[in-house]
Design a protein around this ligand. Structure first.
Ligand code: HEC
Length: 285
């Protein structure tokens, strides 16, 4: 895989830091201009020129850092392409807005600002989906809100209620998928597939990553998935990476047991006679 020079990646990683500055400034500018349309607040836009002189160049620099960040790869291609081009369009539109303002073309300036902020909203949302997964915003929304948005309520990461109920579940969906979904899929899923690996389905996990298989049915000790989890927390290859929610002891035990049991998928857990520690239901969070 192509590895860009580290200095470019370093600059690229400034993107998530910088991005909030032009966003805040453009949002504030739009709010001031809306207020200025009321006679009572007609001077609200008095600082527009100063804000634009900061916001437009910052938007351009932020977009440039974003392009560098995208070189690192591991993102969903389609989502990334949309985010990249809409982000670039936002930066361009903010420059155009600044030019209209400078030329004293008030109506064109206001229209251009409106376009800029609209682009910004969409680009920003896609950016959030890229980093946090597309359900980031709605994952913990109340059921009523989810229904309103037409989202299915199936939240696979929620722990089942009892060990007895677990025994009736298919093993992968019952105890393994919830671990992947809660601890791994944010980096190994549809939005990002770091190391070329996706863990959002059994088939994807079986395909493995850029270095091949990540688990060897029957041999947890020789399975990179477990080996990486067992590395010391300071090791660069440790999974999940330092600073991210780690596997609990019980989760690690489940993964090891599952691989050693031959990585079954649809068998009911009960048929496989798992040891008690695999069935232990973590106390409520
Ligand atoms: C914060 C992001 C992040 C999270 C969360 C994460 N990983 Fe990773 N993972 C990475 C990155 C980045 C790489 C690529 C490292 C490399 O290229 O050397 C990787 C690589 C891997 C690989 C090696 C793939 C290959 O073929 O080289 C395995 C196996 C793996 N991760 C397992 C897991 C498991 C299991 C979890 C959840 C318990 C997890 N990861 C959670 C970021 C993450």
């Amino acid at each position: 895989m192509y590895q860009p020079p580290t200095i470019l990646l370093f600059l690229g990683r400034l993107h998530p830091l910088l991005v909030h500055l032009p966003i805040g400034m453009l949002a504030a500018l739009a709010a001031l201009e809306i207020a200025a349309s009321r006679p009572r607040f007609k001077n609200a836009g008095a600082s527009a020129g100063y804000i634009l002189v900061l916001a437009a160049p910052l938007a351009v620099v932020t977009a440039a850092c974003g392009w560098l960040l995208s070189l690192a790869g591991g993102y969903d291609e389609t989502l990334l392409a949309w985010h990249k081009w809409l982000g670039t369009a936002t930066a361009a539109a903010s420059l155009v807005t600044a030019v209209f303002f400078q030329c004293g073309k008030t109506r064109a300036y206001r229209a251009s600002l409106f376009v800029t902020v609209s682009l910004l909203l969409v680009a920003g949302h896609l950016g959030g989906s890229l980093t946090h997964g597309s359900d980031y915003l709605t994952r913990y929304a109340p059921e009523s809100v989810k229904k309103l948005l037409g989202l299915t309520a199936a939240d696979k990461t929620s722990e089942p209620v009892s060990s007895a109920e677990l025994l009736t579940r298919p093993v992968f969906a019952g105890i393994i998928e919830p671990i992947f979904l809660s601890k791994c899929v944010i980096c190994h899923g549809p939005a990002k597939s770091k190391g070329g690996l996706r863990l959002d389905s059994f088939a994807a996990a079986q395909r493995g990553g850029k270095n091949g298989e990540v688990f060897r049915p029957g041999d947890a000790a020789q399975s990179p998935l477990v080996q990486r989890a067992l590395l010391s927390a300071g090791d660069d290859d440790h999974m999940p990476p330092a600073g991210k929610p780690q596997l609990s002891r019980a989760e690690l035990a489940r993964l090891q047991w599952w691989i050693n049991a031959g990585a079954p998928v649809t068998n009911r857990l009960g048929e496989l006679r798992p040891p008690p520690e695999v069935l232990a239901v973590p106390s409520a969070r």
